[in-house]
Design a protein around this ligand. Structure first.
Ligand code: ATP
Ligand code: MG
Length: 261
């Protein structure tokens, strides 16, 4: 049965999508069966996996509105298959922005994704959900079905402050909607060890959160930033780059942690 993880941080541009697609590719590379769910109307994780969001016949929007099942809406990416790190994709595009409004009067609307995923979780080892930069109903749907949250963060001055809101939301969801939910870990991303402040914040994180901080650190690496314009995760685009290697190491760390869950 798959373990389900949300990649979430309400702050924009912190590396959620980069983490989701590269962890998905890294897990596929080490032999795990993965479904990647794009829960962001920006559709960046969809495009970054080699699927054109404008060409999607069915998407997560149809799944949330119960007009399609996950099995009907998921797709594969030829580029990922060619790259030898294939995972399934439940894609998103702008249509998804409407779901929030359309579900407003629906009962148990925050559980739509959980219900839909239940039909396919036996087929996967991991389900990874790329959340939008907000604590919206979409993110809530992700948190309701997850076993854990992976929080990518940059080691900058305000990083810890932003965490408080997320931690409080996760506590509320845990108390009211999903007893399984926990923060699996904080992932330090875009890390530059030459910057003293980043080292200091990294140490602070370890002091505050202990073993909730992943051992793997993702460096700032231009190949990871270039990869999306080729419709590929960095892990597939340039496997020998420092960024790709870090994400494969992170995938291995996740597999080990899950063994202990
Ligand atoms: P949003 O909140 O808009 O969804 P996000 O949290 O998903 O953003 P990303 O899109 O993953 O963030 O990353 C933001 C930008 O930083 C992108 O241009 C991405 O290519 C770049 N980036 C992410 N991680 C790295 C890295 N380790 N090294 C260099 N660039 C990176
Ligand atoms: Mg994103």
């Amino acid at each position: 049965m798959a373990k389900i993880f949300c990649v979430a941080n309400q702050k924009g541009g912190v590396g959620k999508t980069t983490t989701t697609v590269n962890l998905a590719a890294g897990l596929a590379k080490v032999g795990q069966r993965v479904l990647m769910v794009d829960l962001d109307p920006q559709g960046n994780a969809t495009m970054g996996s080699g699927v054109d969001k404008r060409q999607l016949a069915l998407s997560i929007y149809d799944v949330l509105l119960e007009s399609a099942s996950v099995a009907e809406a998921r797709v594969k990416s030829d580029k990922l298959v060619q790259g030898g790190c294939s995972y399934d994709i439940l894609g998103a595009n702008r249509e998804l922005a409407g779901a929030e409004v359309e579900l407003v009067d629906v009962e148990r609307r925050e559980r739509r994704l959980k219900q839909a995923l239940a039909e396919v979780t036996a087929e996967y080892d991991f389900v990874l959900i790329d959340c939008p930069p907000s604590l919206s109903m979409l993110t809530l749907n992700g948190l309701c079905c997850a076993h854990g949250v992976i929080v990518p963060m940059q080691c900058e001055y305000f990083a810890l402050e932003g965490l408080t809101d997320l931690v409080n939301t996760i506590k509320q969801v845990h108390a009211n909607l999903n007893k399984d939910l926990a923060i699996i870990g904080l992932l330090r991303v875009m890390f530059d060890p030459r910057i003293t402040l980043q080292q200091q914040v990294s140490e602070q994180l370890k002091t505050h959160f202990g073993d909730k901080v992943f051992n793997t650190v993702i460096p700032r690496n231009v190949r990871l930033a270039e990869a999306p314009s080729y419709g590929l995760p960095g892990v597939v685009f340039d496997p020998s780059s420092k960024g790709a290697q870090a994400f494969v190491a992170f995938a291995q760390e996740m597999v080990l942690r899950i063994g202990k869950m």
